[in-house]
Design a protein around this ligand. Structure first.
Ligand SMILES: Cc1cc2nc3c(=O)[nH]c(=O)nc-3n(C[C@H](O)[C@H](O)[C@H](O)COP(=O)(O)OP(=O)(O)OC[C@H]3O[C@@H](n4cnc5c(N)ncnc54)[C@H](O)[C@@H]3O)c2cc1C
Length: 307
């Protein structure tokens, strides 16, 4: 193929132009209609539906949330004219090339800001020991830039026509996609879904977004119930047998949450998915692997969505 292009420069130019034109067509900023009257001018999407081109986001503020997690706020390149275009439960892909490495590192992260908020993208990033992407992101200071592609669609969710019940399960840093989906469901006036949310953490110090989740429970009474499963030795300081349980997200806790979902008589979203799960590999294997606890509780694989 390279030889054909070398012998036919016109063909090369025409092909390049046509690829560029198609790329522009696919990635051109498209208007997004917002229902709020205060947002009369329609913002464009910072991340159109393609991974072809990256964006440089400028870090504007960093907040250390706990011992290993930072909240990082970035400015979108188009400022107030843009929203990110990430959908509930969706993610962006960060990209950086470690010094001395040949290949870039790509990792997905789920934004936690209000998705119709203009000009910003906010990430909650947990730092793993020797983690390539998380260490890089934690090393950034205000004014630095991060290369981002996206969005990765969070198309797992379809707004049900009738009221439904779903079970969302998070483990550790897997809370961000689950939180984003929760907020997306609750803030959509057309969606009346009731949510049971189980979140497994190692210890009280690993709990993030509790203020936000508490506020959502209060704002949407009867629509969201969050239960924390705290497994580490420090669990005793918070465990109360109600909202805070000791141990893992195990069979008995899952059975209890599923029973609450079944009470509504409509367990599962419009596509029949009953459980949405995002956690570390060990947890996901224990829940949906060959001897998976969720299967033991009568769920089929097609009823479980993993991010
Ligand atoms: C859809 C999606 C959304 C995500 N959103 C977020 C988010 O909002 N915030 C966030 O902090 N993370 C999020 N993650 C996880 C993130 O993409 C990275 O996997 C994580 O930051 C580790 O990458 P790293 O390059 O730093 O670590 P790596 O260099 O890949 O790994 C370094 C070490 O950490 C361990 N490790 C890596 N990932 C995990 C894990 N998930 N659990 C336990 N140990 C692990 C590895 O086994 C290894 O020992 C998301 C993942 C997915 C699939």
């Amino acid at each position: 193929m390279a030889t054909i292009f070398a012998r036919r420069p016109l063909l090369t130019t025409a092909t390049t132009l046509s690829v560029a034109a198609s790329a522009y067509y696919i990635t051109r900023p498209r208007p997004l209609l917002l229902d709020s009257a205060s947002n009369a001018a329609t913002p464009t999407l910072s991340f159109p539906k393609t991974m072809l081109f990256s964006k440089q986001l400028t870090l504007t503020s960093v907040e250390q949330i706990n011992h290993d997690t930072k909240k990082l706020t970035f400015a979108l390149p188009g400022g107030q004219k843009e929203v990110s275009g990430v959908t509930p439960g969706g993610a962006i892909l960060t990209q950086h090339t470690p010094s001395g490495a040949w290949f870039p590192v790509f990792r997905p992260y789920t934004p936690i800001h209000d998705l119709d908020e203009r000009g910003v993208l906010q990430l909650l990033v947990k730092k793993y020991p020797n983690g390539k992407a998380s260490s890089h992101i934690h090393s950034l200071a205000p004014g630095d830039q991060l290369t981002v592609r996206g969005p990765i669609p969070g198309n797992a969710w379809t707004t049900p026509a009738q009221q439904k019940d779903v079970l969302l399960i998070a483990g550790g840093a897997g809370i961000t996609p689950i939180y984003s989906l929760t907020k997306g469901i609750l803030s959509n006036p057309a969606d009346k879904t009731r949510i049971q949310l189980l979140w497994g953490v190692n210890g009280p110090r690993d709990i993030v977004l509790q203020t936000e989740l508490d506020a959502l429970e209060k704002q949407y009474p009867g629509r969201l119930e969050v239960t924390y499963a705290v497994s580490g030795p420090d669990a005793e300081s918070v465990v109360d047998g109600g909202k805070f349980r000791k141990g893992y997200v195990d069979q008995s806790l899952l059975a209890e949450a599923m029973e609450k979902c079944r009470r509504g008589g409509a367990f599962g979203d419009e596509k029949g998915k009953k459980v949405f799960l995002c956690g570390p590999p060990k947890m996901e294997d224990a829940l949906v692997g060959k001897q998976g606890v969720l299967q033991a509780l009568g769920l089929q694989k097609k009823e479980i969505h993993r991010f």
